[in-house]
Design a protein around this ligand. Structure first.
Ligand code: HEC
Length: 453
């Protein structure tokens, strides 16, 4: 099971973090004092103090610092130090961003009032990374202190797109309405050329934003193959709740049309689809039926394809297969690593050609739910505030539950802050990815997987 290193216990882990974070600092410097300190929170405070005067902090130390602060954020002294750092003009941007990221990763139950001014200062920053990280922190805290400011950032055309999107993410649940420039920005996040992780985030925001009926209709029109927006298997399940915001025939028929033209309906749980479609007039359901029938038919012929796995692989072009793997449309790379590239949500596939037979390689792509790799079951958790995460469990220690989610980050939730937690029988790997590939693409892709030895 991945993440078992966490079992070492939080105190020991923290001590290791401090030791490594301070490797290279001379003897008698802050590290020796730090290591003799009594508890992790006071270590965290001292570490922050020491780093606040440094201009350059390398990436590996930042990473460790981020985790140390995150795990001790409920301590008063750490909270005071965090406020000081965020307000201090002389602190380097990477440190400020690291502190904001710790807040964003912490899932704190209660936000200290003393953070209001420091966070406001960061939201005024002209540095994109600081601004974006501040928005992520505010989102995670769930405070409504800066709602009008966040909406302004989201609508501001001169601000960098990443920061605008993060600002909207932080306020979407409480926004009164979405103005036209903001809607255009969110819609453009679904364009094919946008990297998959950003598209996923765009869809998540759209699903929570209070779109008008006309905006929902526009979106459905946009998600059709001759337009630049697309949904796809990863996006559809996330985006579908958007269509709960309308119930008339026009929107319903456009939704069915969008589902026809943008692949991925396989990956929408049937009950979720039924729930949305049942809101619309009966004709919408009638229009959907042939589409569902063709999906079932496709699934049956894919089953038959398994018997021909070996010849499919033999005829496949592995170079093209590699391109498909790393493309933004099929985007296997979002969750899988091959060599140095790719995400770490699913298993590392660098040597998958050694482990799986031809049939199993093809089966893994076409029917992810048939065989779920041990240690990679889907964990679904809901926090007391109602935020839901679906990801791969990374371990549970020191009162925390950790999981990796496809949008690209690791989430840590305090056990006291959990409302629900369950393992699903459905793989986190989407179904229907074969429908995003060009013709012959499936054989090419599996031929590529087979070369990974
Ligand atoms: C959203 C994340 C995600 C995406 C995208 C994704 N996968 Fe997966 N994949 C997983 C997870 C999680 C598992 C482990 C659970 C399981 O076995 O179903 C997995 C399992 C696999 C396995 C079996 C590995 C083993 O060790 O048994 C293969 C092969 C695979 N994926 C290939 C692909 C290919 C090829 C693509 C692109 C067409 C892809 N995956 C896209 C998440 C993903």
């Amino acid at each position: 099971m991945r993440g078992s290193f966490l079992a070492a216990g939080i105190a020991v882990a923290t001590l290791l973090v401090i030791r490594t974070a301070f490797a290279g600092v001379p003897d008698g410097g802050p590290d020796s004092r730090m290591l003799s300190a009594e508890n992790p929170p006071s270590m965290a405070v001292k570490l922050l103090k020491a780093l606040s005067h440094e201009n350059e902090i390398d990436e590996s130390r930042i990473e460790k610092l981020r985790n140390l602060i995150r795990d001790n954020l409920s301590d008063n002294a750490v909270q005071r130090m965090v406020a000081e750092i965020l307000l201090d003009e002389n602190v380097s941007d990477p440190l400020r961003v690291a502190v904001l990221e710790s807040i964003a990763g912490a899932n704190l139950r209660k936000t200290p009032e003393s953070w209001r001014e420091p966070l406001a200062t960061c939201l005024d920053s002209e540095r994109t990374e600081v601004l974006a990280a501040a928005c992520r922190a505010v989102k995670n805290l769930g405070v409504d202190w800066f709602d009008s400011r966040l909406l302004k950032i989201g609508a501001h055309c001169c601000t960098a797109t990443v920061a605008r999107v993060e600002a909207l993410d932080a306020v979407a649940d409480r926004a009164g309405e979405i103005d036209p420039p903001t809607f255009l920005l969110l819609q453009s996040q679904l364009y094919e050329q946008v990297p998959i992780a950003a598209r996923l985030k765009g869809a998540e925001i759209l699903a929570r934003a209070p779109l008008s009926r006309d905006q929902v209709l526009k979106l459905a029109h946009e998600i059709q193959s001759d337009n630049p927006a697309t949904a796809g298997p990863l996006i559809w399940p996330v985006l579908l709740p958007v269509f709960k915001r309308a119930n008339d025939l026009d929107v319903g028929l456009s939704l069915v049309e969008a589902l026809k033209k943008s692949p991925g309906i396989e990956n929408i749980p049937r009950d979720a689809l039924d729930e949305v479609i049942s809101r619309y007039p009966a004709r919408v359901q009638e229009n959907l039926e042939p589409l569902l029938a063709s999906v079932d038919q496709r699934s049956r012929s894919n089953r038959e394809l398994l018997d021909r796995a070996a010849s499919l692989i033999q005829e496949g072009n592995r170079k093209r297969g590699k391109e498909i793997f790393f493309s933004e449309t099929t985007a296997c790379y979002l969750c899988h690593r091959v060599g140095e590239k790719g995400g770490q949500i699913g298993p590392d596939l660098s040597h998958i050609g050694r482990r799986l037979s031809d049939r199993d390689l093809l089966g893994s792509v076409l029917f992810p739910n048939d065989r779920i790799r041990e240690g990679y079951e889907t964990l679904s958790i809901t926090t007391k505030r109602g935020t839901r995460y679906r990801g791969i469990p990374l371990g549970e220690t020191g009162g925390f539950v950790d999981l990796a989610v496809p949008a690209g980050n690791e989430i840590r939730v305090d056990r006291n802050n959990l409302r629900e937690k369950s393992l699903e029988e459905v793989s986190l790997m989407p179904r229907g990815l074969e429908a995003t590939m060009p013709e012959e693409g499936l054989g090419d892709l599996v031929a590529f997987l087979k070369t990974l030895k």
